[in-house]
Design a protein around this ligand. Structure first.
Ligand SMILES: Cc1cc2nc3c(=O)[nH]c(=O)nc-3n(C[C@H](O)[C@H](O)[C@H](O)COP(=O)(O)OP(=O)(O)OC[C@H]3O[C@@H](n4cnc5c(N)ncnc54)[C@H](O)[C@@H]3O)c2cc1C
Length: 511
């Protein structure tokens, strides 16, 4: 590292043409958005991403000539952040709702429609016929105790997993038959290990306010930006949001560096050889950040007064660990490895959308390896129009962070070899959709690996992140952005990143 400091002194352009020269590390949606908001506030911005394409988890791929989302394919409408961004980028007219048919959940006895009035699968209306069908009379009776028990149950512990909260208030059947499949589908993790305050912020406070878990869920649903679907999408796919943002950044002259993996960040000093201890910030101007990058065989350095770290959490802590060793104990757990198998098939029987927009699989179900299937052409009208009748897009996901090693072995994608994955996906799709789909029906297929891309909000993550926020606030010229800081999902990432950047801009204006 000391050699790096010396090298940085030799290579880095140390005179800053603009007062707020900024480097953003990570060009997922949070990094791109941070770059956009900072650029518009007059900061001079450079952005680096290790990948050769922008957008991180909001990616695109082409399967059998159809351009599709390779990662995120919708956004939650519980806030207006993503819709507002889409409007700002000229995509307002492209916002679409999914087909109202809704999804199904696969229980050990078979498929039932997924109740629609929930948050994370927790039902708000125990009288709904789908809730009764999924839980049975005894399950509904147990869940109804939620309304009779004191509000302290599930709300007094400093931290709680999703499973502990649901089990305590509504019982095991709600947990196993509704919540576990939804949580696995959305967060690729078991409800037992997820911090409820991160994945459903405000829910525990809502119990105290509204008197029960069901009422808290109903209140959260009612607070959504609009009635109807809990998610929306963009005609053309969510990746068009990234394309529009990148176009704006390029047009605005942001210095963009795809394929540049950042290897280290540290404080450099223009006047010293670089072997001084890490600087303290009790007055005076801190040394600039030095960002060391690698692009193929090329290596180089950039310097910045403001550093926005918008990578995944483990990478951000690793890169900052030299200057901020106090951050190391708060490194978040690595996210699960997920594989998505997307298949374009010629099966006219699927025109009837036998399982609505898709199926979530309860973890207790044997014989099906996928945790979820999205019937994309049933979910998105624009996609069905583009493929035409008879041609369908189905996407199956594999892998989740488990609680027991036996689960982890059964469910992680490592247990499926690459050659096995397509036949496994065909078999799973046949079972889940109830219509035989064979290799002969395949027009094309693609396997996308997301390695640790989803932040893993393990129990205690909420407190950990509060500490990380506090530590980052003590360091001048540093913003920690991204899903690990703001919560998983585009709604959380977009609103959280904008809030963080607005605070930086406001603070800089006061200087
Ligand atoms: C398969 C999948 C499906 C999803 N589906 C949905 C969905 O339908 N709806 C929804 O709301 N959310 C969904 N999500 C979650 C959502 O996509 C993410 O929460 C969000 O995109 C995260 O954005 P981000 O910018 O924080 O991180 P990322 O998108 O992970 O971006 C981080 C970036 O940092 C870069 N990077 C890492 N290390 C370095 C380094 N050393 N140097 C330079 N660059 C580096 C990476 O290449 C990456 O581009 C999904 C996620 C996945 C993985």
């Amino acid at each position: 590292m000391e050699n790096r400091k010396k090298a940085a002194k030799a290579f880095a352009p140390m005179s800053h043409p603009a007062p707020y020269q900024t480097v953003v590390v990570g060009g997922g949606i949070s990094g791109l958005l941070a770059a956009w908001d900072l650029q518009r506030a007059g900061f001079q911005v450079s952005i680096f991403d290790a990948a050769t394409t922008w957008g991180g988890c909001v990616g695109r791929h082409e399967v059998a000539g159809v351009v599709l989302d390779s990662g995120a394919e919708s956004f939650a409408t519980r806030n207006t952040a993503v819709a507002e961004l889409a409007v700002e980028l000229g995509l307002g007219e492209k916002i679409v709702e999914p087909d109202p048919a809704g999804a199904w959940v696969w229980l050990p006895e078979g498929p039932v429609p997924l109740p629609r009035t929930g948050v994370l699968g927790i039902p708000s209306d125990l009288g709904a016929p789908e809730v009764r069908e999924a839980l049975g009379a005894s399950g509904v009776l147990r869940a109804a105790l939620d309304a009779k028990m004191p509000v302290t149950i599930g709300t007094t512990e400093p931290v709680s997993s999703v499973a502990d909260l649901v089990r305590a208030r509504m019982g095991k059947r709600v947990l196993e038959r509704l919540v576990a499949p939804v949580v696995a589908g959305v967060h690729s993790a078991e409800a037992e290990v997820l911090d409820v305050d991160v994945v459903a912020p405000g829910l525990r406070a809502g119990i105290r306010e509204h008197g029960s878990l069901a009422a808290a869920v109903a209140a959260q649903r009612a607070n959504g930006s609009k009635p109807g679907a809990a998610v929306a999408g963009l005609e053309g796919g969510m990746h068009t949001l990234v394309a529009a943002l990148v176009e704006k950044l390029q047009a605005a002259g942001v210095s963009m560096h795809p394929g540049h993996r950042v290897k280290a960040v540290f404080r450099g000093d223009a006047d010293e050889a670089g072997d001084a201890p890490a600087p303290t910030y009790d007055g005076g101007e801190p040394s600039p950040w030095i960002i060391e990058w690698e692009h193929g065989t090329e290596r180089g350095y950039a310097s910045a007064k403001l550093l926005v770290m918008a990578t995944d959490g483990p990478m951000a802590v690793k890169l900052l660990g030299y200057e901020m060793p106090q951050l190391l104990p708060f490194a978040p757990a690595r996210g699960p490895d997920i594989r998505l198998v997307t298949m374009v098939v010629d099966v006219p029987e699927l025109d009837s959308a036998p399982r609505g927009t898709g199926v979530l699989v309860a973890p207790s179900v044997g014989g099906i390896k996928a945790k979820a299937l999205t019937h994309s052409t049933a979910k998105w009208r624009w996609l069905a129009d583009s493929t035409g009748p008879g041609t369908h897009v189905v996407r199956l996901s594999y892998g989740r962070a488990g609680v027991k090693p036996s689960d982890a072995v059964r469910l992680t994608p490592e247990t499926l070899t690459e050659e096995d994955l397509i036949p496994t996906a065909l078999a799973d799709a046949t079972t889940l959709l109830g219509i035989e789909i064979t290799e002969a029906d395949l027009l094309g297929a693609d396997i996308v690996r997301w390695k640790g891309a989803l932040p893993f909000a393990a129990v205690g993550h909420h407190d950990k992140i509060a500490h990380v926020h506090a530590l980052a606030n003590e360091v001048p010229g540093l913003v920690l952005a991204g899903a690990w800081m703001t919560g998983n999902g585009l709604a959380a990432v977009v609103s959280g990143t904008r809030r963080q950047i607005r605070a930086v801009v406001d603070a800089s204006l006061r200087l």
